[in-house]
Design a protein around this ligand. Structure first.
Ligand code: AMP
Ligand code: SF4
Length: 450
């Protein structure tokens, strides 16, 4: 999921729309925006689909005000539907507020259970609604104190942007698993999941929100508060590998540079005897470039991506995913015919994509296809908001390298090591690699359903 917040900028909703547009890769199920106008009245709109589909100019114009939040949603089947499309808005006697969120709490069931017993009722079981119950003010208590205590009850990988009538709070989990950045726009401020949103918003990157930090933005400017002394830097490795856009800098490391370096290391660890290097568009192109540079094997455009089809993985049902791969990629026959190909991809999750692409290339006349993956074998589920919820779905959870190679029909298969995955960050982070290593940075409260 992707979140955007704007403070102190006239026409905040238009700026948020542009920000969400650049975060579209983080979620395609739905999008929403909530603003407060000068009188403190809220305006909100949300819908299912892409940002452009949900927000035509007629939908944005009524969202008045210079403060607002927005989000794009990515969901699996069980959590789909309009009710869960954020940001969620809450009326409260002590002040209305809205919450946009990314990531996933691992102890939401436990907190919800406690809230239920306390008599609270819910419309959704989203993390935003749980947070709303935890931070609602009793009388004139300090809101930041409640946010501080609530975040300390929450375990997981998450970011929240909380908006009241005159303030934004930008919060990041204490492990630093999910990204969140702050920028400056004129006399105001912006917050976004990735710095690539700032460019189109016309904003300038200031810094990342730190793990365990709450940044308050209001008429006094920008203030910082650490809600936990426990502070780690375990940014999600999959953000660098696949999720984030190459033009984003996360925790001091540019995503494209990360992928190039991973590609170079991949060649050193898993060389292939090939005539050409082909990257799987789009997220693997930087890694394929790195692989080609390091090996001296020419980079070729062996696959073309159909521009008007969404990401296959994000479509929740397996049959749709399978059809999605066919609709999305075409081999360039004259480039691949008769060639030994080093096919570089960023990751293998269920194996659907690799199986289809190897088959496509072979049908197009490729002599050999050597698959090289710019990340380690994915063996474990993610509990921090990425849709790989059970081991059973993962190609490699119970397969050896040879078995995985056979399963995707490749002539050989090689993966990057966890050490190189870490080193590719140029030392600026020690990323979470739990889906590769099984070493989860947080406590876990959920059993893997395998
Ligand atoms: P699969 O066909 O399930 O093996 O999907 C793997 C492809 O989906 C890779 O080529 C990635 O580009 C992309 N991918 C990897 N991880 C994720 C994820 N967590 N969410 C969405 N797409 C992903
Ligand atoms: Fe990212 Fe994998 Fe860690 Fe999940 S388990 S946060 S996908 S690195």
């Amino acid at each position: 999921m992707g979140v955007v917040g704007v403070y102190g900028v006239q026409g905040a909703s238009t700026v948020i729309f542009y920000g969400l547009h650049n975060l579209q890769h983080r979620g395609q199920e739905g999008a929403g925006i909530v603003t407060f106008d000068q009188e403190g009245c809220e305006h909100r709109y949300r819908g299912l689909g892409l940002v452009n589909e949900v927000f035509n100019p007629g939908a944005i114009e009524p969202l008045k005000g210079s403060i607002g939040v927005g989000s794009v949603r990515y969901a699996n089947v069980s959590k789909g539907g309009i009710d869960n499309v954020g940001p969620l808005f809450f009326h409260h006697k002590a002040g209305d507020f809205a919450i946009a969120s990314d990531g996933n709490l691992v102890n939401s069931a436990q907190i919800a259970d406690w809230l239920w017993k306390r008599g609270d009722i819910f419309q959704t079981l989203t993390d935003s609604e749980i947070l709303a119950h935890l931070i609602k003010k009793e009388s004139d208590e300090d809101r930041i104190g409640n946010i501080h205590s609530a975040l300390n009850m929450m375990e997981g990988g998450f970011t929240f942007i909380i908006m009241t009538r005159n303030r934004l709070y930008a919060c990041r989990d204490k492990y630093g698993i999910k990204p969140l950045a702050v920028g400056k726009l004129g006399d105001g401020y912006v917050v976004a999941s990735e710095s690539c949103a700032f460019e189109i918003m016309g904003a300038e990157f200031i810094r990342d929100v730190e793990p365990g930090e709450i940044i308050t933005i209001d008429h006094k400017g920008l203030r910082s508060r650490q809600y936990s002394r426990f502070q780690k830097r375990r940014m999600c490795a999959m953000e660098y590998i696949y999720f984030a856009r190459p033009d984003s800098d996360i925790d001091g490391c540019n995503v494209h540079k990360y992928r190039m370096e991973a590609g170079r290391r991949l060649y050193r660890e898993c060389p292939a005897d090939a005539d050409i290097v082909v990257g799987v568009p789009e997220s693997s192109l930087s890694a394929a470039m790195g692989y080609s540079q390091e090996s001296g094997i020419p980079y070729e455009m062996g696959l073309i991506k159909h521009k008007y089809v969404g990401r296959t993985f994000i479509q929740p049902v397996q049959e749709m995913r399978e059809l999605g791969v066919k609709m999305k990629l075409c081999p360039v026959v004259s480039v691949v015919k008769g060639k030994k190909i080093a096919l570089v991809d960023d990751s293998i999750v269920r194996g659907t994509t690799s199986l289809k692409i190897v088959k496509l290339l072979k049908e197009a006349g490729a002599k050999e296809v050597h698959v090289r993956i710019a990340s380690p074998m994915m063996k474990y589920p993610c509990f921090y908001g990425v849709d790989t919820s059970t081991s059973a779905e993962l190609l490699c959870s119970k397969r050896t390298l040879d078995q995985a190679c056979k399963a995707i029909g490749a002539d050989s298969l090689g993966y990057l090591s966890p050490e190189s995955t870490r080193e590719s960050c140029f030392g600026c982070a020690d990323p979470c690699q739990a889906c590769f290593t099984g070493e989860y940075p947080t406590a876990l409260y959920t059993e893997d359903e395998d």
